[in-house]
Ligand binder design. Structure first.
Ligand SMILES: Cc1ncc(COP(=O)(O)O)c(C=O)c1O
Length: 455
């Protein structure tokens, strides 16, 4: 018999699907230790479309990341300290941020509004006093006021200066400061741009001379960096400026390497966390020893890496329509949801996804399909970059049964980008943890959606 688990790439660490399997009835299941959840049952019960959020995956990924850093530090004799800061822009939902903080994550915010959420938790004494918050993004006056207020109240908060104007605004700031470097190196990534508008270049930073309370040199080269070697090349370039900066700024002791660790959305193999961490730390040790300086502390803000695999989005197929001849796919499967609204990067940057059926997973006969959303927009579709998806046939369903499809790795960025084209409702969000299913957000009613538009 065909190995369907292998066919759908489930139960594999290199595709972040270790917790997913197929039961005897050909339905998608999720395992959390000895607990088990049936995605097909959940999709029917909550009338998909649904987002299924899995905090135990977040926690496991963060714990593993911390272990990999600490094991390699010991092996390589790295004397600096590693801290992980979760970039809130990746997923600001409470059910994502709180488990990470509980697991020891610090935070990175990119706007006054994100910082406002931190303020509420800090003032409600939900956060340990040791939590540190790094502030990226344009420093508008309300953002700076909030940073100062929180610092005065005792929060460890570090604004990162992104340009000369911000340097001027923050010159009297009394707390620790970081500066963002705009590196020369270009890396292979989907978001790669020839010109980067963030940060100061090395010469501009060095011309500033002494910078009051400078603590961190930060860069964020790109998201979804494709090549492992690029991660090391950019660290090497930044280290060069770090060494020069130290001469006039002995207070600096940390390099923040930002985000960029990639997710295998496209079902193709990428580098591993073990290998990247080893290369980063061994480069840091080697370069510092050569320069005769202490090993810098290291911060990583790998957001997608931690959050994407912790969510799947499940859609019901409401109908099928034939695609005209001469095209690789043979049928449109219309889903009860929308790529443009619920997984907006599909439309915006033609992101590819790892998509599997949630039932009929052992079907021998399948159709070549494209998925389309419910909006009126012809761009609301997923064509696997003009390839096709193999999906079970609707005609093989038992009477009254529905076909569901699960889009994996949707836990990063998609929620905050979500839209309401054609006033469709966003999916219900459920959270699976410790064997329990909780509803984090119900599917919007027509009134809820109307309210967003002033009705
Ligand atoms: C400053 C900064 N840090 C971290 C991240 C997270 O990047 P990723 O999710 O690719 O790891 C971003 C994303 O845009 C960012 O701008």
């Amino acid at each position: 018999m065909k190995n369907f688990k292998k066919f759908w790439k489930l139960g594999r660490k290199d595709f972040n699907t270790e917790h997913f399997d197929i039961n005897d009835d050909g339905e998608l299941i999720i395992r959390e230790g000895n607990y088990q959840y049936n995605v097909y049952d959940l999709a029917r019960k909550f009338n998909a479309s649904i987002e299924i959020f899995l905090p135990f995956i977040l926690e496991e990924r963060l714990r593993h990341l911390q272990e990999v850093f600490s094991d390699n530090s010991k092996k390589l004799g790295y004397k600096g300290k590693f801290t992980y800061h979760f970039p809130m822009k990746v997923n600001q939902n409470k059910e994502c941020v709180l488990p990470l903080v509980a697991e020891g994550s610090h935070l990175e915010v990119s706007s006054a509004n994100e910082l406002w959420l931190v303020k509420k938790l800090w003032e409600g004494e939900s956060f340990h006093s040791k939590i540190r918050v790094i502030c990226n993004g344009p420093k508008t006056p309300p953002y700076i006021r909030l940073i100062e207020q929180l610092r005065n109240n005792g929060l460890a908060i570090v604004p990162i200066v992104e340009d000369l104007h911000e340097m001027e605004l923050l010159k009297d700031y009394k707390g620790d400061l970081g500066v963002r470097i705009n590196l020369q190196s270009k890396v292979k990534a989907h978001w790669d741009k020839k010109v980067d508008r963030f940060g100061l270049n090395a010469d501009e930073i060095l011309e500033l001379g002494k910078i009051r309370n400078l603590k961190i040199l930060h860069y964020h080269i790109s998201s979804q960096v494709e090549k492992e070697s690029d991660m090391v090349i950019v660290l090497r370039e930044a280290f060069d400026t770090y060494v020069k900066l130290r001469r006039k700024n002995p207070s600096i002791d940390t390099i923040d390497i930002g985000g960029g660790f990639a997710i295998p959305y496209e079902e193709k193999k990428l580098y591993s966390i073990e290998s990247v961490v080893k290369k980063l730390l061994s480069s840091l040790c080697e370069m510092s020893d050569l320069a005769g300086i202490p090993h810098p502390n290291l911060i990583a803000e790998w957001g997608r890496y931690i959050a994407a695999p912790a969510q799947m989005t499940v859609f019901k197929v409401v109908t099928a329509k034939p695609i005209p001849q001469g095209i690789t796919a043979k049928q449109w499967y219309v889903i009860d949801g929308s790529f443009m609204n619920d997984l907006l990067d599909t439309w915006a940057i033609h992101q590819k996804w790892h998509i599997v059926p949630a039932n009929q997973m052992k079907a021998a006969k399948k159709h070549r399909v494209w998925l389309v959303g419910l909006t009126c927009d012809s761009d609301d579709k997923y064509t696997a970059s003009d390839g096709y998806l193999l999906m079970p046939r609707l005609e093989d369903l038992s009477p009254g049964d529905d076909q569901f499809v699960a889009v994996l790795d949707t836990g990063a960025y998609e929620d905050a980008l979500a839209a309401h084209h054609c006033l469709l409702s966003s999916p219900t969000k459920i959270v699976l943890q410790n064997g329990l299913v909780t509803v984090a957000r119900r599917r919007e009613t027509p009134d809820d959606v109307g309210k967003l538009f002033g009705w």
